[in-house]
Design a binder for this molecule. Structure first.
Ligand code: ATP
Length: 412
């Protein structure tokens, strides 16, 4: 079926239009067909405006035959750098406005086993649309000058957009690539759509048949990171829990009981850190992971999702801090607070400040974050060396005692 929806092209923002028209024109000169596919087309149809977030945009271009030649000419025309993968028939350019344009030679894909990388054959645009995840992502818009803006919709994507339905293109789709389970949930929650009844069954089957075990930790982690950057991430996680998806990734992993509150606190913690600690390098995703994991699950999830060491350490520190905070009495001296919290990563402290239940302990963390850790020692090692001190434990004690006095005097 070929549907032609008028006016879509009229809604394309000028700065995007320039690129699309130029790519179309270069393709026309080379007698190859060119389309934009995926997110941009979907969002244009949905809202009749392109969702260009703060100047960034991912544009997917499909060329029937030799995408690399077209991409190379566009990179020359706009004097941008280009990254070519000859064997895959793909190229990527990043424009001066930070648009990322992916050029792909139209292809079909087949999956030998669940979760494996697909075998690729260069093919027509029709086949290229059939290899995609969902009908709503399988609509192509021609960008050739002769039929610019015409839509190709072989899989009922326009109807699904109208009916707010997330639907995959064949029954083996979630088996072939189980990351599509996360993608389906993400689109469903982002657009307030509904995963089709059939797809809900297919997802459940795929989970029951342990297909998720066939995908690497890195790929699962990437899907979580994508959800983290969504406005409605929390809803996506609740939906994942409906499908019992967490424990399909790692047995015994469930959302914490008071997850909604923890998530809310964590988002506030992130906003707070932007306001009060603007010069610190704080990794938001680390705090979002803290909201999803507890003492019981941190180790196994870190292992399964191949977290890098730094992230693992920060997550482990969260449980350690809960134990350590018990050592702080209500009237603990600032030097004692400093000594206890000094070794903790900022993310762990900020997360705990917003999620801890004891008001006075929260105050101690806040005092450390905003005041104590900024105190400059009046006496430094250099000063002591000049006075003839010998480096060693005694000198370290002297330095610490001096700093501790300074910290405790702040209280008065
Ligand atoms: P988003 O708004 O989430 O970025 P997008 O459509 O741009 O949406 P991408 O992940 O950038 O999403 O993928 C671009 C296109 O590539 C998709 O629209 C889809 O057609 C196709 N695609 C991406 N991932 C898969 C997958 N796992 N299986 C099949 N097709 C996929």
């Amino acid at each position: 079926m070929v549907s032609i929806v008028k006016n879509i092209a009229l809604n394309i923002p000028d700065r995007l239009l320039t690129y699309l028209r130029q790519i179309g024109s270069v393709s026309n000169q080379r007698s190859v067909k060119a389309y934009t596919v995926g997110g941009v087309v979907r969002d244009l149809i949905l809202s009749n405006e392109c969702q260009i977030k703060d100047g960034t945009l991912d544009l997917d271009i499909v060329i029937e035959n030799n995408a690399i030649g077209v991409a190379q000419k566009i990179a020359d025309d706009f004097t941008t750098s280009i990254n070519i993968h000859k064997q895959f028939g793909t190229a990527k350019i990043i424009t001066k406005e930070d648009f990322r344009i992916d050029f792909v030679t139209a292809r079909s894909e087949t999956y030998q086993t669940s979760g494996a990388l697909p075998s690729v054959t260069f093919n027509s645009i029709k086949e290229d649309l059939y290899r995609r995840d969902f009908s709503i992502n399988a609509i192509a818009m021609s960008i050739l000058p002769t039929d610019f803006g015409n839509l190709l919709d072989y899989t009922g994507g326009l109807i699904d957009l109208k009916n707010a339905s997330v639907r995959t293109l064949h029954n083996q789709s979630y088996r072939d690539d189980p990351t599509r389970i996360f993608r389906a949930i993400r689109y469903e929650q982002r657009y307030n759509f509904r995963i089709s009844q059939t797809d809900q069954g297919l997802i459940q089957n795929s989970i029951n048949q342990n297909h998720l075990d066939n995908i690497s930790g890195q790929r699962i982690r990437k899907e979580f990171n994508r959800i983290f950057s969504e406005e409605f991430a929390q809803k996506s996680f609740h939906r994942m829990e409906d499908f019992v998806l967490f424990s399909a990734i790692v047995p015994c992993w469930n959302l914490p009981q008071d997850f909604s509150q923890i998530w809310k606190n964590t988002l506030q913690a992130i906003d707070w850190s932007k306001q009060y600690l603007p010069n610190e390098q704080i990794d938001q995703n680390t705090m979002l992971w803290m909201a999803l994991l507890d003492k019981k699950t941190t180790k196994t999830v870190s292992h399964r999702l191949k977290f890098e060491k730094r992230l693992q350490e920060k997550l482990n520190a969260k449980s350690r801090l809960i134990t350590d905070l018990k050592k702080l009495s209500y009237s603990a001296k600032p030097s004692h607070v400093y000594q206890l919290l000094n070794s903790y990563p900022l993310e762990t402290l900020i997360f705990s400040f917003w999620n801890h239940e004891h008001h006075w302990q929260k105050e101690q963390i806040r005092n450390y974050l905003l005041t104590l850790r900024h105190v400059q020692p009046k006496i430094t090692g250099k000063d002591l060396l000049k006075q003839g001190h010998i480096p060693g434990p005694e000198m370290a004690d002297t330095l610490w005692n001096s700093l501790a006095r300074q910290l405790d005097e702040l209280k008065r």
